[in-house]
Structure formats: structure tokens, C-alpha cells
Design a protein around this ligand. Structure first.
Ligand code: ADP
Ligand code: MG
Length: 704
């Protein structure tokens, strides 16, 4: 790769985007396809055939030999099956390259091996992928050559969603319908669509690949299961926004280039709080595209790391004692003609539509806090949420000084008459320009923070898809809008009614607003008093999916059926138990084959040293003796705790599947894992570094 990057030229060069379609498709076909993309009009096979042909021609020019329906099953990662474009050899022994409309629109992977949570017995293995034409196809280049990737949704034979995308698209419809109703009430007759826009900030760690290869825990589970803190951690805050190392800069350059080629608008990059931790954020996009782009970005982050002799860790908590990685989900609602419904304007107190939207969101989040929390539940996130770093496990909304003040005026007097203004920021240095500062300071500890013209949901785990939380956000807000519109449309006096409604919602749901420090232990107490749910663990959060409240919500907006929700809960439990089982087995493996032998070797060296030194004469060997005693005691503790862990791990598969097994893992196995870790981490601080069987935290995070 050359040094010079012509960004505008390469941006989207591997994407079958609007300009390519316009250029390549016959006018009539282009128009029909646009109608499908923008208005959801059904696509005829005739049109699909033409689109498929042109797509194939374009992809082959880009070097593609295969096409693939690219989908997002409930495994947490993307899936794909590649088919070459070739036809059966003809009489002359040659092949043609072909791709039909049918192949574009529909695929049928053998779906029996994907999680379905009981929705589909394995003998009913049929599952279909269907083209999502609202997210553009692209050609991906990697060791396999070029592959035309077609974003698709994945459903069962009977139409149940087996993926992340289908409910996301359904929820976008729901919020679009209700948001349009709402803005019509305020006299907007021109906007045709309201779309949730999302910008997902992605955090990740980079470590050296050679060192990664020496850590079985990282290889099998994505996180370290043992590891003592080095003398220096993140306490100096010198990594955050610090100078980016050259090795990492070279990596970021290639990541950007690959993102841009695939139309992913990688924008902001920086070092994060923990050593070896970084962040990449794209410019926001319609949420279904943002979700696809985030998957593409995660894959690029991993692939490019490998090329640079590094490994990219997307786990939520790769290192105990250091900040974990999340994905801030910035969410707003935007009309097709560019109006952001979450923009308060300069004088929010006068912006009635904004106040209604805002109070509807407060209501939605208050009523469905449990669901929003659940949407971020992920095995790795259990180590992060509530761990005094990332957002706490209690959902609350940060509004900031200005909006909280408006809200208070509304609640106490029924009308808000003024908005706090941003004042001039004076630095006291003449040569620095003064500027107007924002009316509100930032808050870093809230899980759901209003940040000027969008909400930032900060709970999502770094590895997780952003689909789940946006499905919840879109649907709960759709419900709040619907209930508001039902009342307002029936009201004889709109102005009066909307005024009363805003006040009512603000008053009733004020408890969800919290502008203080979300990490403070007092907040937990306060939240309890307010009756807000505190769900620190994934297994505590999963039941939220299947409450009557949730079923009614999702069924009424056709986002999920009860069966789909139940299946998703099952899958979550299953994933949790499987992940813990793998972690426990990995710990046992490492302790048995690496740690215990290493400690035995070290104690033998100590014992030999004691004998040798003593043989020389009457020399003090108390230091060696003391070390030997300490190591032997910890070795014994390790062995005992390992046996305990082995016993409880063996039982995992004997506990009935589903919730019961997941709870057993959480309450018994995870505890036994922590007990094994404790003596091992102490041993790491005692044993000769040369003999410790794997790279330390210090080696991993400071020597990238
Ligand atoms: P921060 O200062 O919190 O990092 P930024 O303004 O840099 O916030 O934005 C972070 C993310 O939010 C980016 O992905 C950005 O594109 C996205 N974003 C900005 N405005 C909006 C909006 N109106 N709706 C959704 N996402 C947005
Ligand atoms: Mg941010």
C-alpha cells in the first residue's frame, strides 16, 4: 500500500452503492429498485434478474469470484457461505459466470446448526436468507480473493426471525410510523420517513500476536483468566488521548483505508483509557446500515491486526483491573429531509415538539428500563457493567443542566419559561479565542446520556451487535409515541392537551432522570428508593425479554412474537452457560498443564538452592525458605481450588438446560473460577519470571 491515500476516490469503491446503481442499471430498473429501497415496494423477479446481472458484472470487475449471502445469526458473529459465480461446464468444457435474481434474493443455508432456541427443531432445518436491499452489497477482498457480500436477513421456514437484522428492520418500521404521526400533529406535512440514526463508537485492545499465542485463555475465551496487575496500570491516565505509537498508527491507517473502501465512514480514532486500548468511531448512519458497518468494522479491525503481527481483542473485559471495552451507541431520530427530532434548538423550553419527544423517551426508558438493560447483556459485559468503570447496571437518563432545569420548570409550574444559556468561556489568556460553551457539561458515568442532539447508550459490549439495543430503543419509543398520538389526535384542544401530556410524562417519569455520579455507591441506594431495577448480571437481565409487558410491547409492533422472544431468552441462557463452561475448562487446563508444573519446578529450584547453599556452610537461607513456604502454601491452595472448580464444572451439563444451567454457572462456577484465580495471581508475583509459563499483563499491554 502506498503512503498517499486519495480518500474521496477510494471511499465506497467496493460498494454497490447508489451511484454505481444509477450508472449501471437501466433507468426503469433503477427507479423500481429505489422504490423498493425507499418505500418497501415489492421487487419483481424481472427487476431482480437485471439487478443481479449488473451486480455480478460489477463484482467481477472488482475481482470477485464468489458471492455470499452475509447474515447475522444469533451466534453474535456474522455468517456466510460462499458460492462461485460459475455455471456447470458446457459441452466445450468451459464455464460461464452467472448470478440470477433468485440467487440474489433468496438463499437457503442449512440452518440447523445456528441457535434457534427451540424455534426450529433440527429436523426442520430450513432457513432462508433474504436480500436486504436497504443495505448495499459490497466486494470484500481477503485471502479468499474477492467476494460479493449481499447483506441479508435470516428467517426460519415459518417466517420466524433467526437473526439480529430482521427485528431491527421491523423496529425501524414501528418507530417510523409512530414518529410520522407525531410530527404530522405538529404540522409537518412534508417529511416522508423518520429513521433512527446511529453512530457506534468501537473500543478495542491491541496486543502482540506472539504473546497472544502463548495465552490459551485469550485464544479460547478472548479474555485473560489469570493475571496479576503490573506495577503500573491505567492510573496515570497517560494513555487516554496520548500519542499513538507508530506501530498502532500504521495499523489504524490501514484500518481506515479498508473501512473507507467498503463505505464505512471511519472518522475518529484515539487511544483509550487503558494501556493498549483504542477507539474508532464512524459517522452516524441509518441504524440498519450502522449495524452492518459495525460488523464490517470489527472484522477489519481483526483482519488488519493479524497483518501487523498483532491481535485485536474485542472482548468486553480482556484484563481484570483495567477498563473494559464497550460500544457507545449514539441514537437519534432523523427525517428524510434532515430534521433531527432530538435537536432542542437554542431555546428548548419553546420547542414543544422536542419536549414531547423528550418526555416520551423518558417514559419509554422508565417503563422498559429492564429491557434496555437486557439488550446490553452479554457474557463479557458481566465483568464490565457495574464494575465501577463503565456505566453501572442501573438504567438512568442524564439530561444535563439545561434540560433538567426546563423539566423542573415544567413539573413545578406546568410551563417552562426560559432555558439556561451557554456562557462565554474565558481562558484568561488573551491570545486564545473566547467562545460560547455548551449549556451543559458532559457526563461520563450515565448509561443513557443526552448529548446535545442525540442519546448515547453506553452499555453495549464491545463484541456485541448493536442491533439488540436499537431494536429495544426503536420499539419502546414507538410505543410511547403511539400512546401520545392516540391521546393528542383525540383531544379537542391540541395545545392544551400537549401541554398537559408533557407535564404528566415529566412528572411521572422524573425518577429515571439522574444527573449525578453513576459510579457512586450512594446512587445504588438512591436508585433502589426510586424503584429502578438493578440487574448486575446477564442471568438477572434475561427474564426481561419474556415478561407480559415485553411480549405485549413487541407483539403489538410486530417486532417479535412471543415464541421469538422465548427463543431468544433460551439462546441467551445457552450462550451464557456455554461460555462459562469453556472458560472454566480453559482455567483447569492452564492450571493443570502450565501453572502447577511451573510452580513445582520453581519450588524445586528453591529447595535445591537451599540444600546447595546450606552445604557450603552455615549460611542464612531464610529468604529461600520463606519463599518456598509461601509458594508451597499457594500451590496447595491452587490445587484445592482447582479440584473444586473441576467438580462444579463437571456438573454443568448435568444441570437442566436453560435458565437453571445458566444460574448454576453464574452462582457456582463463576465463583469457583474466581477462587482459583486468586492464589494463581499471587503466585505470579512470587515465581521467577523466567519460569512463569505465559506473558504477564505488563508484557501484554505495555509492549505492543
Ligand atoms: P463524543 O464527543 O461523545 O465522542 P461525537 O460527537 O464525536 O461524540 O460523536 C460520537 C458518535 O456519535 C459519532 O459516531 C457521531 O457520528 C455520532 N453522532 C453525532 N451526531 C449524531 C446524531 N445526531 N445521531 C446519531 N449519532 C450521532
Ligand atoms: Mg461519545
Amino acid at each position: 500500500m502506498s503512503d498517499y491515500i486519495n480518500v474521496t476516490e477510494i471511499f465506497g469503491c467496493d460498494v454497490f452503492n447508489d451511484s454505481v446503481m444509477q450508472e449501471r442499471l437501466p433507468k426503469k430498473v433503477y427507479k423500481e429498485l429505489k422504490k423498493t429501497i425507499e418505500e418497501g415496494k415489492e421487487l419483481t423477479m424481472e427487476i431482480a434478474d437485471v439487478v443481479a446481472h449488473e451486480m455480478k458484472e460489477w463484482a467481477i470487475e472488482k475481482g470477485a469470484t464468489h458471492y455470499s449471502h452475509w447474515f447475522q445469526p444469533l451466534t453474535g458473529v456474522t455468517a456466510e457461505k460462499h458460492d462461485a459465480f460459475i455455471t456447470a461446464p458446457m459441452d466445450n468444457g468451459k464455464v460461464l459466470m452467472s448470478f440470477s435474481g433468485k440467487e440474489l434474493i433468496k438463499g437457503e443455508p442449512d440452518a440447523s446448526s445456528f441457535p434457534s432456541g427451540g424455534l426450529r427443531a433440527t429436523f426442520e432445518a430450513r432457513g432462508y436468507t433474504t436480500w436486504d436491499c436497504t443495505s448495499p452489497a459490497f466486494v470484500r477482498h481477503d485471502a479468499a480473493g474477492g467476494t460479493l457480500c449481499i447483506p441479508t436477513a435470516f428467517c426460519s421456514y415459518t417466517g420466524e426471525a433467526l437473526d439480529q437484522k430482521t427485528p431491527l428492520l421491523r423496529s425501524m418500521e414501528a418507530v417510523n410510523t409512530q414518529a410520522l404521526r407525531l410530527i404530522r400533529l405538529f404540522g409537518n406535512t412534508t417529511s416522508k420517513r423518520v429513521t433512527p440514526s446511529v453512530g457506534a463508537e468501537q473500543e478495542y485492545f491491541l496486543i502482540d500476536k506472539e504473546k497472544w499465542l502463548q495465552r490459551k485463555d485469550l485464544i479460547y475465551t478472548g479474555r485473560t483468566l489469570f493475571g496479576a496487575m503490573p506495577p503500573k496500570g491505567q492510573e496515570m491516565d497517560d494513555h487516554y488521548l496520548g500519542t499513538i505509537r507508530q506501530r498502532v498508527s500504521a495499523y489504524m491507517k490501514e484500518v481506515n483505508e479498508e473501512c473507507w473502501k467498503l463505505g464505512v465512514s471511519a472518522k475518529t480514532q484515539h487511544n483509550e483509557v487503558a494501556p493498549a486500548q483504542h477507539e474508532l468511531a464512524p459517522i452516524y448512519a441509518p441504524v440498519n446500515i450502522a449495524a452492518d458497518h459495525n460488523q464490517i468494522m470489527m472484522r477489519i479491525l481483526k483482519k488488519v491486526a493479524s497483518r501487523h503481527g498483532m491481535r485485536c481483542l474485542l472482548h468486553e473485559k480482556p484484563f481484570a483491573g483495567l477498563n473494559g471495552s464497550g460500544k457507545h451507541n449514539n441514537w437519534s431520530l432523523t427525517t428524510d429531509d434532515g430534521i433531527n427530532l432530538l435537536d432542542p434548538g437554542k431555546t428548548p423550553h419553546e420547542n414543544i415538539q422536542f419536549l414531547l419527544v423528550l418526555t416520551c423517551i423518558l417514559k419509554a426508558v422508565d417503563i422498559h428500563a429492564d429491557l434496555l438493560r437486557e439488550s446490553a447483556a452479554d457474557v463479557g459485559n458481566d465483568h464490565r457493567l457495574g464494575g465501577n468503570e463503565a456505566p453501572p447496571a442501573i438504567i438512568s437518563v442524564f439530561l444535563g443542566e439545561q434540560l433538567e432545569d426546563v423539566l423542573e420548570q415544567l413539573i413545578s409550574t406546568g410551563t417552562a419559561t426560559h432555558s439556561k444559556k451557554g456562557s462565554k468561556l474565558e481562558t484568561g489568556v488573551k491570545t486564545l479565542p473566547d467562545f460560547m460553551k455548551d449549556a451543559t457539561d458532559r457526563n461520563r458515568t450515565s448509561p443513557f446520556a443526552f448529548t446535545g442532539n442525540k442519546f448515547e447508550f453506553r452499555m453495549v459490549g464491545a463484541r456485541d451487535s448493536i442491533s439488540s439495543c436499537n431494536v429495544v430503543l426503536n420499539t419502546i419509543v414507538a410505543q410511547a409515541f403511539k400512546e401520545a398520538c392516540d391521546r393528542l389526535e383525540a383531544a379537542p384542544d391540541f395545545d392544551m392537551a400537549v401541554h398537559d401530556l408533557i407535564k404528566e410524562y415529566a412528572t411521572e417519569h422524573q425518577r429515571i432522570v439522574f444527573n449525578g455520579n453513576g459510579y457512586a455507591p450512594e446512587w445504588e441506594e438512591e436508585a433502589k428508593r426510586r424503584g429502578l431495577p438493578n440487574l448486575p448480571a446477564m442471568v438477572d437481565a434475561i427474564p426481561a425479554l419474556t415478561t407480559e409487558k415485553a411480549v405485549e410491547l413487541f407483539e403489538s409492533f410486530h417486532v417479535f412474537t412471543r415464541a421469538e422472544l422465548e427463543s431468544r431468552a433460551e439462546i441467551q441462557y445457552e450462550i451464557y452457560a456455554k461460555a462459562v463452561n469453556i472458560e472454566a475448562k480453559t482455567m483447569i487446563d492452564i492450571a493443570t498443564k502450565q501453572i502447577i508444573p511451573a510452580v513445582i519446578k520453581y519450588t524445586t529450584v528453591l529447595a535445591d538452592s537451599i540444600n546447595t547453599v546450606r552445604a557450603v556452610g552455615n549460611i542464612d537461607v531464610s529468604v529461600q525458605l520463606d519463599l518456598l513456604n509461601q509458594c508451597s502454601a499457594l500451590l496447595k491452595e491452587t490445587d484445592e481450588n482447582m479440584n473444586k472448580l473441576s467438580q462444579v464444572t463437571e456438573k454443568i451439563l448435568k444441570v437442566p438446560e436453560g435458565r437453571e444451567r445458566a444460574v448454576y454457572c453464574r452462582e457456582t462456577v463463576v465463583k469457583a473460577m474466581e477462587e482459583l484465580r486468586s492464589p494463581v495471581d499471587k503466585l505470579e508475583m512470587l515465581v521467577d519470571k523466567e519460569m512463569w509459563p505465559m506473558p504477564s499483563y505488563g508484557d501484554l499491554i505495555f509492549e505492543v
